[in-house]
Design a protein around this ligand. Structure first.
Ligand code: UDP
Length: 240
């Protein structure tokens, strides 16, 4: 297997992760734990770290539209949820002693910078952690799509997709099927043709077109973000 040697990464944290066991909202202790690990990683390596955080712990656009809301409005609420998560993470990371910048895809200059690609790259070069908030600023997209597009734009070497519970991609749901088999490696086409629930098809296609590897691993195991970032073979790697 080719060595995984990353210089610049996009870490995708699902919103759910920040909720901890309570399943909803933002749990400051959980955020602090993630921040401590990410800060230690940033301080001990030359890795350039960008983060995309989801919003599912606060609001999901699709859920709102299923209950009769206008989809675009519900999605904009989801984007705002990601900004709250981004600020929580920024606060915890700064308290852990690393410089950060939040850049949002919807302008809200009182609380964050607007997304400017070249500026984001400059921050990364200066070893600041850049958190991309408000998704892509467009309804009908997801924070997975955000991770894929931003990774392409900033020429990241990989997306580290930290998932709750599953320690990689399985052929069926390991929570319900004890015989589920874990894949160590998959292609982008496998994800699409087998309809594996790793990321949505738009995000997978973007990664495929731009040849961005995705490492899918469990965020429930402390130290996993560090292992994935340092290129240890954990979880499932998706590539061409
Ligand atoms: N969202 C959106 N456009 C984007 C990114 C996010 O409309 O570019 C909305 C969408 O409604 C989504 C919500 O924000 O449901 C929260 O993001 P996501 O569901 O991807 O978060 P996660 O599942 O990772 O917590």
């Amino acid at each position: 297997m080719a060595k995984r040697n990353f210089q610049r990464i996009v870490l995708k944290l699902s919103g759910e992760a920040l909720a901890g066991d309570q399943g909803f909202g933002i749990n400051p202790d959980v955020v602090e734990e993630f921040a401590q690990e990410i800060a230690a990683l940033a301080k001990s390596t030359d890795l350039e770290i960008a983060i995309v955080v989801g919003g599912g712990n606060l609001w999901r656009g699709l859920a709102g539209s299923n209950q009769g809301m206008d989809r675009a409005t519900a999605d904009y609420m989801g984007m705002l949820a990601t900004v709250m998560n981004s600020l929580a993470l920024q606060d915890a990371l700064e308290q852990a002693g690393v410089d950060t910048r939040v850049q949002t895809a919807i302008e809200m200059q009182e609380i964050a910078e607007p997304y400017i690609r070249r500026r984001a790259i400059r921050h990364l070069e200066k070893k600041r952690i850049v958190i991309f908030g408000a998704g892509l600023g467009k309804p009908y997209f997801s924070t997975d799509t955000t991770a894929a597009l931003r990774a392409a734009e900033i020429e990241a070497d990989a997306i580290l997709m930290a998932k709750k519970f599953a320690d990689g991609v399985y052929d069926s749901d390991p929570k319900t099927n004890p015989n589920a088999v874990k894949f160590d490696e998959l292609t982008y086409n496998d994800i699409i043709t087998k309809e594996l629930k790793v990321m949505d098809a738009t995000s997978t296609t973007l990664c495929k077109d731009n040849n961005i590897p995705i490492i899918v691993f469990s965020m429930d195991i402390p130290g996993n973000i560090t292992k994935a970032a340092k290129g240890e073979e954990i979880g499932t790697i998706v590539r061409g």
